[in-house]
Design a protein around this ligand. Sequence first.
Ligand SMILES: [Cu+2]
Length: 233
Amino acid sequence: MPVHHRTHILRLPSVDIDQGAMVKRIRSRRPAASALHALAFTAMAACTCMSHAAALTVQVSDAGGQALQDAVVYAEPAVAQTLPKPQKPVEIEQKGRKFIPLVTVIQTGTSIAFPNNDTVRHHVYSFSPAKVFDLKLYIGQPENPVTFDKAGTVVIGCNIHDQMVGYIHIVPTPYFAKTDAAGKARIEGLPAGRYQIKAWHYGLPAQAQIPEQPLTMTASDSTASFKLDTKAR
Ligand SMILES: [Cu+2]
């Protein structure tokens, strides 16, 4: 690393090296010194960021103040930047003629497998603009996972069993979480910086604007809360 290299030079007895000579020496040995410095600073900035990540806990309730389970909360960086790519493969199982889990949140670009672990065949489909797809009648693992490369909400159903419904919320950020029975979601490892945090629930009217609020993360854990005007269920 150039940083270590420089430190090493600076530790040398400097009495017999004047500064001009030292600069010359660095330049001559490292023709791309400025580019390397830029790289080093980028690396340092990234390190600083990572070490200053903390957890964000978000409390979500409905208009009446009741805890809202299966709400999705996510943090979108206020300044455009390169974000970590989706890592883990995701599954939505069909079991007992239900989609499990009912609500799935993923980062844009994630693929989902839809294993059918029932003994009856299912025909999984979506007509949602964010992803239209169709997995014809099958049992077990369908041939290919489905990739979701557009942010938005996808409602999935089964052609055979009308009561089967599931929700996929696709977000353009790796920083997301889902609320538990107490209406609480925790986003771990959120780097310091400015964000718009958003909250979505399948009970919100489909055309409703997704509620959001600004948040500045520091090195300390933070909290936020949302009240969502969901339909009476
Ligand atoms: Cu079915």
